[in-house]
Design a protein around this ligand. Structure first.
Ligand code: FCB
Length: 497
């Protein structure tokens, strides 16, 4: 497929990611709300979504002993305290303070105020019975300008958090980069600048030395693909560019950053495990045509193999390289030895699953299933099974953790103060059942983190979409366990459905 065709494909994908899902842009507010309301009734939260599995049949499913039931968050989305204790600015501070970028003009300045309320949030996690908590470390809290001596007050916060987890018998899982690049590094070229990958490894090294004795699992870069697509192609995430050629150079440097961080952990002599956190999308042809099959294969290259092959096979997929072309910034930016660094052996793969993608013969994407309030998200639990079994089939039996899966619901406390998110319960039940089937078919899945522990700042959507098991009343910062949180506590207690 020519570069031109690919461009057309991306343009279409951009349209479906905006018009179809005004969702992530936050710019087409009115349309988004109207469409969202109608899709919610279709398959989101009010009425249970169409089921791929039978809840009766799932009852009694038990997960392997010691299965790591967990929940996930990220720093910018929950912490707030944007200017405290020496924290520098990140690209998301800049982006969210730029008028028109975020729905309702929201920012992460206060978010769920977790920086001040972490002790209460730790108690919530304990009450839920969580066995694992996946959070991210804010790079600008550790290095305000992205380089140099680490800021002790920033490290101390994460030390308190990690100690608090251990006190409650919850295993910490720390992501090093969940999109909040120090603005100073962006000013020096951001991820287009190869040096940013080197800076990342230095930052990672500082964090390993400060916290490595207490953190058993590290994740390097959260969803590099989202930075590439949303940050550099569609422009509705920070840094807000629309430059496809730059985007794939960014992809390479993010992969390089991942590999360098893996090497830094090994060099530190620490025993922690480390791996990438990839959002994988099972891609299916929208029809039976040969054209749809070919377009789906290339789409899969861009969505999945670009990241998986480079890490697990030490090579970028040839179809994607051909499609980019020899003169592209990405292809010109790959130096001898880079893929050896990128494919440094990892201990586990973190998979984030939200939606399948259906591709037509002309490379555009269509919807087959009801969507959630996030219109880019089609609800299809079987996709979880497909992507997990495919990864194990194609890349070997690397241990897998699911680090994100969930959906947004228009949650509102009722007259009794309770939040009845029945749709989230059936969504999670169906996805847990699909994961359970994958385990039965040989996938070495060891843990599952629901996105998210708390309602939070959902990037371009601001605070409008609520993804949490726990409701956050932003005015008072009061937390309320939703029905799904109570249900999840029982799942964890039973170790199954
Ligand atoms: C993922 C992000 C996470 C959250 C969920 C809904 O792409 O990693 O921060 O926004 O989507």
């Amino acid at each position: 497929m020519s570069l031109l065709t690919r461009r057309r494909l991306l343009r279409r994908a951009a349209l479906s990611a905006t018009a179809a899902g005004a969702a992530r842009t936050g710019l087409a507010g009115a349309t988004a709300t109207a469409t969202a309301a109608s899709t919610v009734a279709l398959g989101g939260c009010d009425s249970p979504p169409e089921r791929a599995t039978d809840p009766e049949q799932d009852r009694g499913l038990r997960f392997p002993d010691g299965f790591g039931w967990g929940a996930a968050t990220s720093a910018y989305q929950i912490e707030g305290a944007a200017k405290e204790d020496g924290r520098g600015e990140s690209v998301w501070d800049t982006f969210s303070h730029t008028p028109g970028r975020i729905r309702n003009g929201d920012t992460g300045d206060v978010a769920a105020d977790h920086y001040h309320r972490y002790a209460q949030d730790l108690d919530l996690m304990r009450d839920l019975g969580l066995r694992s908590y996946r959070f991210s470390i804010s790079w600008p809290r550790i290095q305000a300008d992205g380089s140099g001596r680490p800021n002790q007050r920033g490290l101390d916060f994460y030390r308190r958090l990690v100690d608090g987890l251990h006190e409650r018998d919850i295993a910490p899982m720390a992501t090093l980069f969940h999109w909040d690049l120090p603005q100073a590094l962006q000013d020096a070229g951001g991820w287009e600048n190869r040096d940013t990958a080197e800076r990342f490894a230095e930052y990672a090294d500082a964090v390993f030395h400060a916290l490595g004795d207490q953190v058993p699992v590290w994740l390097t870069v959260n969803e590099p693909k989202t930075v590439v697509q949303n940050g550099y192609i569609f422009g509705h995430h920070a840094p807000g560019f629309r430059d496809e050629d730059a985007a794939y150079l960014v992809a390479h440097h993010l992969q390089l950053a991942h590999g360098l961080a893996v090497r830094a952990l090994r060099a530190s002599g620490l025993t922690g495990r480390i791996g990438p956190a990839l959002n994988l999308h099972p891609c299916y042809p929208a029809d039976d045509s040969a054209e749809a099959a070919a377009a789906t294969k290339l789409h899969d290259g861009y969505e999945n193999r670009l990241y998986l092959d480079s890490i697990f096979k030490g090579a970028y997929p040839q179809d994607v390289l051909d499609d980019r072309g020899p003169d592209s910034r990405m292809v010109r930016g790959v130096r001898d030895g880079d893929l050896k660094i990128i494919s440094s052996p990892v201990d586990l793969l973190a998979v984030q699953y939200y939606t399948p993608i259906y591709v037509t013969g002309d490379g555009s994407t269509v919807r087959k299933w009801p969507t959630s309030e996030a219109e880019w998200q089609q609800i299809y639990p079987e996709g979880m099974y497909d992507i997990l079994t495919r990864v194990t089939r194609d890349y070997g039996r690397v241990p897998i953790t699911i680090t994100e899966n969930g959906l947004p619901c228009p949650d509102v406390p009722g007259a009794d103060g309770n939040v009845d998110d029945a749709g989230r319960v059936s969504f999670l039940r169906d996805h847990f059942a699909a994961a359970h089937r994958a385990i039965g078919d040989g996938v070495p899945l060891e843990s599952y983190h629901v996105w998210s522990l708390l309602d939070n700042f959902e990037w371009a959507e601001g605070y409008e979409q609520r993804w949490g098991l726990v409701y956050v009343d932003y005015a008072s910062q009061r937390r309320v366990l939703k029905r799904s949180a109570h249900w999840y506590r029982d799942v964890i207690r039973r170790n199954g459905l």
